[in-house]
Design a protein around this ligand. Structure first.
Ligand code: URA
Length: 433
């Protein structure tokens, strides 16, 4: 079989066979195919899409490109949760301890930042000592004893996705429904959880810009999961406004701790309660409304916050940073963005705001670049808020003083101040149970 024939077949809009997809995935994971041929096929898929048959085969082959975990030795159903990526999205840091404190066995496999979006692994690594790579024995021990693990994509889990993900990031092929669906679902299937809750984001900060496209992506992923005998839920949520007020790794951990301590309500809290409720519903088989009440109680009683400390401690993290968030290192420079006129925040381009945080040092512009955990943005105003001229809209945190002017310019061009208050959009667009 020749890769060039497969590329030409897809370029011309034809359906690939199981053997052809398998040849491609194996070549991507054992490095026998060069980046340029992989890129060409990814672009052909990006442009021509995939049939449901192709998508199912691609996902299975990617999941089976490495180790596929099983959790038969753990009592109860294990549950995973995944977001398609956003700005200020620290939901996993809140949702995982809520669900685990209520008896769900959570195996949360996360990624690093991708493009303008943040990654849970980078956020967890902002906590001194926290280790996102665990041995198989330690993984099982923590799931049994603590009830949850939060890990990165270790060496041999879906290695094909690791290679494709890195190539897509630099070839303009990220926002494709079959490529995102196969990337996410291959990892979820390989990590072995029986229940999977998907947070599918839509809006200016998401890879899917409209609720309709996000719903289409959600449907594809739910269908793949069901065919693999997984219990699935997908919630399509808004990413036209950053989630919460903090963007950047340690700033987001601090905000997550505030939510778990009961000190912050609003969009972030509401979405976390909903996602945690879906995890409870799938894993424990209880009605959704009862699960919502349980999730709220876990925050109010402080048990979810205590569970976060347990998870962090079991993975080598220093919990004193959670007990006293002043211990997190602060950036040397703080730059205030002020309103140029009075009015309302009419629109925020989340992708521009996410890219601002990357310029400040919170994300990567090059593969494997070290990130600055203290860098990021604290929003003081969000879409719909009233502002007066000169009032602080946001604070930019960085250790790279030379980048402040560029970051400030991008942030300012990502915000519109209007004379009338914009219409409020829903936080949750749709749910597939
Ligand atoms: N998250 C993933 O894991 N893969 C994608 O393609 C996009 C978001």
């Amino acid at each position: 079989m020749r890769m060039i024939d497969i590329i030409e077949k897809k370029r011309d809009g034809n359906e690939l066979t199981k053997e052809e997809i398998s040849f491609f995935v194996k070549g991507a994971s054992n490095d026998s195919l060069p980046d340029y041929q992989i890129s060409a096929l990814l672009m052909a898929i990006y442009i021509n899409g995939m049939t449901d048959y192709e998508l199912e085969i691609l996902t299975s082959e990617m999941a089976e490109s490495g180790e596929v975990k099983r959790w038969d030795n753990v009592d109860g159903l294990t549950c995973d949760k995944h977001s398609t990526g956003g700005v200020g999205d620290k939901t996993s840091l809140i949702v995982v301890p809520i669900a685990a404190s209520l008896g769900v066995k959570v195996v949360k496999m996360s990624g690093k930042g991708l493009g303008h979006t943040g990654g849970t692994v980078d956020k967890l690594e902002a906590i001194k000592g926290f280790c996102t790579v665990l041995t198989p024995e330690k993984l099982t021990e923590n799931v049994k004893k603590v009830g949850a693990v939060m890990i990165g994509q270790s060496g041999n889990l879906a290695p094909a996705d690791k290679r494709l993900y890195a190539i897509r990031d630099v070839t303009g092929t990220v926002s494709s429904i079959p490529l995102i669906a196969s990337s996410i679902m291959s990892k979820k299937i390989a990590s072995g959880s029986k229940c999977i809750v998907l947070d599918v984001k839509c809006g200016s900060g998401a890879f899917m810009k409209t609720p309709e496209r996000a719903y289409e992506l959600a449907e594809k992923m739910v269908e793949i999961g069901r065919r693999k005998n997984r219990k699935m839920s997908a919630v399509v949520t808004d990413m036209d406004i950053p989630l919460g007020y903090a963007i950047g790794n340690s700033l987001e951990v601090i905000e997550a701790v505030n939510v778990l301590k009961g000190g912050q309500k609003g969009d972030l809290y509401d979405i976390c309660i909903e996602l945690a409720a879906h995890m409870l519903m799938l894993s424990l088989g209880l009605p959704l409304e009862e699960c919502r009440k349980k999730a709220v109680m876990a925050v109010e009683s402080g048990s979810a916050y205590e569970k976060l400390k347990e998870i962090v401690s079991a993975q080598g993290g220093d919990v004193s940073y959670l007990e006293d968030t002043e211990m997190f290192e602060r950036s040397e420079n703080v730059y205030e963005i002020r309103a140029k006129q009075s009015g309302y925040i009419g629109y925020m381009n989340c992708e521009g705001i996410g890219n601002t945080s990357v310029i400040l040092g919170a994300g990567r512009s090059k593969k494997d670049q070290a990130i600055d955990h203290s860098a990021g943005i604290i929003l003081c105003k969000k879409t719909g808020d009233e502002v007066t001229e000169g009032e602080v809209i946001a604070k930019l945190y960085t250790n790279q003083a030379d980048n402040i002017a560029l970051a400030a310019e991008l942030f300012e061009s990502s915000i519109d101040i209007t004379n009338t208050r914009p219409e409020k959009k829903p936080l949750i667009y749709s749910v597939i149970e």
